[in-house]
Design a protein around this ligand. Sequence first.
Ligand code: NAD
Ligand code: MN
Length: 506
Amino acid sequence: MKTETAKQGRETMTKKSTGKNLDLSKEFHQHYAPSLESREIVKIAERYELFIGGRWVKPQTKEYFPTLNPATGEVLSQLARAGAADVDLAVKTARQAYTKVWSKTSGRDRSRYLFRIARLIQERSRELAVLETIDNGKPIKETRDVDLPLVAAHFFYNAGWADKLEYAFPGKKVAPLGVAAQVIPWNFPLLMAAWKIAPALATGNTVVLKAAETTSLTALALAEICAQAGLPDGVVNIITGAGETGAALVNHPDVNKVAFTGSTEVGKIIARAIAPTKKRLTLELGGKSAHMIFADAAIDQAVEGIINGIYFNQGHVCCAGSRLLVEESVADEVVRKLKKRMESIRVGNPLDKNTDIGAINSQGELEKIKKLVAIGKQEEGEFFEPASGTLPSKGYFHKPCFFNRVASSSTLNRVEIFGPVLTITTFRTPEEAISKANDTPYGLAAGIWSEKGSKIHQVASALKAGVVWANTYNKFDPTSPFGGYNESGFGREGGRHGLFPYLEVK
Ligand code: NAD
Ligand code: MN
């Protein structure tokens, strides 16, 4: 009874605070004048080479491929396609830099370089945010307020460990592994590069990183920053190309460590290829994370949390809260409020500071999402997308949407969509919520909304997920380890845990 009253109270408050009914059935965007971030600050070259040994090196393949702005379809630049010979040169260069320079550089000096890189990132953060938005399609609000601060924070945090490794693993002897081969996806291009490069350098390894083929520009800017910071040549090498380049890199016989973030499918291929070798491996793969709302939760905040959990970054988030589980008694209220809130989500030009949902990263991804939504419409479940707002006529865009009352076994509830698509099911008891949440081949993250601390602890400890958020979602911090269970991969990035995969600990 008490909860009912509290909830009613909240509803009245919301009504009061929103004042008159806005007519949200009309196009919402008309309430806002565009507020475009200028792209003047960014200079994009017509063509980029490979960054090997501190220099820009032409690919021996002599081949280049375009990178696009997914919000307009415009070709931004041409990137070098690294072939086997280029990968070999990059790995040899990293090896040489390791043996001759980096393995002899003190922790204190490594720390200095990392601090310098971190500060340069901060200095150039507006430029990097705009560049990321143009190349990836994610809203400027996110690149500016989420990605870039985190990128700098990862370098600062790891800089702090570089000269204190013996304290990170007390009583143990630690040594770097050598050359790290790192392959990253397109959803957080610069942030994933930071997650990979910062701990590798802090622990004394050298790096060959392959950026994702649709979003390499910020990684190439980071290469420039490494040079600007005076980092010794060959300590960080950045190459571009698609899956074949990635495969050549992880399969190169002279790498000691492979760090991969991407799809479970490719992760499995890599795991199989590496199994018979002595290479160390960490995998950060896909997810289908459950976001749970209990009846005693602060519903309005929870609705905001769901929105952030699934629609943040167009749903291009490995740990997106893509499966919503709601306690039955509040399901109607949650769905009603979610619909209302979704009418005011702004989809559009990623450079507009008001934009909540930007462009889908590529035509291929957009088609994949549309195909899954079409499957969802044939399965049981009620489809909802906001009536307000029109999508831009150019570029790759998708409205946020959800499927309510889906069957637990439905395709949409099981397959990773990697787009702004949510599924909703209900539960009656915490036990049922836990078993539904764990009923997935993945196990990257989960979210719990409840006002009751004991329930949060009980549920969190029963969840098979690498990260569990309580009364919040998609919050990241370099001090906190991140990683998955089961088909979401293994190994942790971030925190003290994130140093371990790059060290021999004896
Ligand atoms: P993807 O696996 O297709 O590509 C990821 C990277 O691997 C790209 O750089 C690609 O060029 C490269 N690659 C492709 N084939 C390869 C091969 N055979 N050998 C080596 N490298 C190869 O994934 P994607 O579509 O770019 O990214 C989306 C996926 O990444 C989603 O499944 C998402 O969940 C996952 N992801 C996971 C995390 C995490 O931290 N767990 C973070 C971001 C993305
Ligand atoms: Mn691009």
